[in-house]
Design a protein around this ligand. Structure first.
Ligand code: PLP
Length: 392
């Protein structure tokens, strides 16, 4: 007999169960099984293989018995590689023992950070549009997402004054993501300095999701933790997933002040114990020897970005914008008079192109187009979109 107890609990019942990226992918997959030709532009999964050197080292790690639990906070050599990277590239003073926790992807890094920092009922300010999983991660932490909308006219760059207007006595943190998924926006040094000043003035934490830091085509990536006074109040979350096209390896990390890092590590231990041993070995190798792979990906993404913007600027009814980073475009479709859900299901049905409604990212009136597939494949998708939209 099924239990009569009420479930799920309040945390899980506030999680969105439909309308996300996975559901769109499932629908597109079903149409494909029925024989339809589908162009997938919904999911942000890079199409490149993982670096050969990392694969070889991971296989060797399995064969040579590196198959057991690692240190809970992550294998020492990987923590050293992470610390070294932030010291060299990001101007941060990071120590492998004091500041780093290796997690199961950026997802766990973000969830563990929120579980560690947010009290039930506290608020976390998130500029919109935002990566859809944040809403669920915040709900699991029993906290409240306070969205601060940005404007395409301001390149989707959040203004510190808009964040300031959203601060209440319950605000505990600001979550930023630059380069941004889904807009591709890269925050400038001035933007980050203004956010940092506000965080210090209001005594707030900053969680900085820097998963796409390598994929910047215009401007530069700056870690907010490197700004004066910010290392003590910033948790930087990132991963191997996008940088080296290693999404299935599930390796990410938290870089945090020592006082916070010990609790994040405790949270991580109880969620997953540690990250996969041989995947960690592969990522150590990627840090050491896969810069060439990253460079090749950046060049190709830039080429695709330029092509995508050319097409989108040429579709009547679309308003395009040039993303400076990541591998997404986020055109406005509001002039077509349909909401994002309606438009994306119509487009999928009509032309077999699978995209994601802006509503999923907290910003209606837009759609997200992922350009992490082959050049010609993306071009075919855009040509189908143009034909479908201009037939309206
Ligand atoms: N943060 C952002 C902005 C993302 O786009 C993604 C994945 O798409 C993640 C975090 C999750 O990354 P991971 O696969 O390393 O868990």
């Amino acid at each position: 007999m099924p239990t009569k107890r009420k479930f799920p609990n309040s945390r899980m019942s506030s999680i969105a169960m439909s309308g996300g990226i996975r559901e769109i992918l499932t629908l597109a997959g079903r149409m494909e099984q029925e024989g339809r030709s589908i162009i997938h532009m919904e999911i942000g999964r890079p199409d490149f293989d993982s670096p050969e050197c990392a694969k070889k080292v991971a296989v060797h790690a399995i064969e040579s018995g590196n198959v057991h639990y690692t240190d809970m906070a992550g294998a020492y050599d990987l923590r050293c590689a992470v610390a070294d990277k932030y010291r060299r590239e990001n101007g941060m003073d990071v120590d492998a023992d004091k500041n780093v926790v290796i997690t199961n992807g950026a997802m766990e890094a973000l969830t563990a950070s929120m579980l560690t920092l947010l009290e039930p009922g506290e608020e976390i300010i998130v500029p919109a549009p935002y990566f859809s999983a944040y809403a669920d991660e915040i709900a699991i932490s029993d906290a409240k997402l306070v969205a601060v909308p940005t404007k395409m006219e301001n390149d989707f760059r959040v203004r510190a004054e808009d964040i300031a207007a959203a601060v209440t006595p319950k605000t505990a943190a600001i979550l930023i993501n630059s380069p941004n998924n889904p807009s591709g926006t890269v925050l400038t040094r001035k933007d980050l300095e203004d956010i940092a000043a506000l965080a210090i003035e209001k005594d707030l934490w900053v969680i900085s999701d820097e998963c796409y830091e390598k994929f910047v085509y215009d401007g530069e990536h700056i870690s907010i933790a490197s700004l004066p006074g910010m290392a003590e109040r910033t948790v930087t979350c990132s991963a191997a997933s996008k940088t080296w096209s290693m999404t299935g390896w599930r390796i990410g990390w938290i870089v945090a002040p020592e006082s916070m890092r010990q609790y994040a590590n405790k949270c991580h231990q109880n969620l997953t114990t540690c990250a996969n041993s041989f995947a960690q070995a592969g990522v150590v190798e990627a840090f050491a020897h896969a810069d060439g792979d990253v460079k090749a990906m950046i060049d190709e993404y830039r080429r695709r970005r330029d092509m995508v913007v050319r097409w989108l600027s040429d579709i009547k009814g679309f308003e395009a914008y040039t993303p400076s980073g990541a591998f997404y475009a986020f055109p406005r479709i509001a002039k077509l008079g349909m909401d994002g859900f309606k438009f994306c299901s119509w487009l999928l049905e009509r032309s077999g192109v699978s995209t994601v409604p802006g509503e999923v990212f907290g910003m209606p009136g837009h759609i997200r187009i992922a350009y992490c597939r082959e050049y010609d494949y993306i071009e075919e998708g855009l040509s189908r979109i143009k034909k479908a939209v201009e037939s309206l």
